[in-house]
Design a protein around this ligand. Structure first.
Ligand SMILES: [Zn+2]
Ligand SMILES: [Zn+2]
Length: 174
């Protein structure tokens, strides 16, 4: 499979039992097949923060327009989750239900904080900004959206546990 954002060949990776395809040496994005994404119906105890440490090419050109699913032929993915302030994007395929995550901005945010203390201080703001309103909006919709929001939240917790703060979501995603 080719990266939907920069066309680099994706590499298969097992992260604590979650099988993903990563854009190693390219943009650093991560692809979750639908059955892997479904694993996040429940919170994952083991974490995949190493996904934010994938070697990337800083000079790579990332396509920010609508992307085609790396798994399906000629299917344009839907951008379901987008924080303009943080530029974190998730693209979902309406056909195979796989999920593409741009990790670039998450990795960048992580690199800004040297100490654990700084990280903690900034985490609350980042978490609220990234995961708050968008996920909360989804929860207010249908039951299926609620499930999806919970999955996304668990996926984020898996990828960047240092941004995760317990008891911040009164709607119960965590
Ligand atoms: Zn890429
Ligand atoms: Zn697809």
């Amino acid at each position: 499979m080719k990266c939907p954002a920069c066309s680099t060949q994706l590499s298969h990776l097992d992260v604590n039992g979650v099988e993903v395809d990563v854009c190693k040496g390219g943009c650093g994005g991560v692809w979750f097949d639908t059955h892997e994404f479904k694993k996040f119906d429940e919170p994952f105890e083991l974490t995949g923060e190493s996904l934010l440490e994938i070697e990337t090419d800083p000079g790579i050109e990332v396509d920010r327009s609508k992307r085609n699913c790396p798994r399906c032929d000629n299917i344009t993915m839907m951008r379901r989750f987008f924080s303009t302030k943080r530029e974190v994007e998730i693209d979902e395929c309406g056909s195979c239900a796989g999920v593409w995550l741009d990790t670039g901005e998450l990795a960048h945010l992580r690199s800004l904080f040297d100490s654990e203390e700084d990280k903690k201080a900034a985490a609350k703001e980042i978490f609220a900004d990234l995961f708050g309103p968008q996920l909360e909006g989804l929860v207010k919709e249908r039951e299926e959206s609620k499930k999806n929001a919970r999955r996304l939240a668990n996926m984020f917790k898996f990828i960047c546990p240092s941004y995760y703060l317990s008891d911040q979501q009164d709607w119960g995603a965590f």
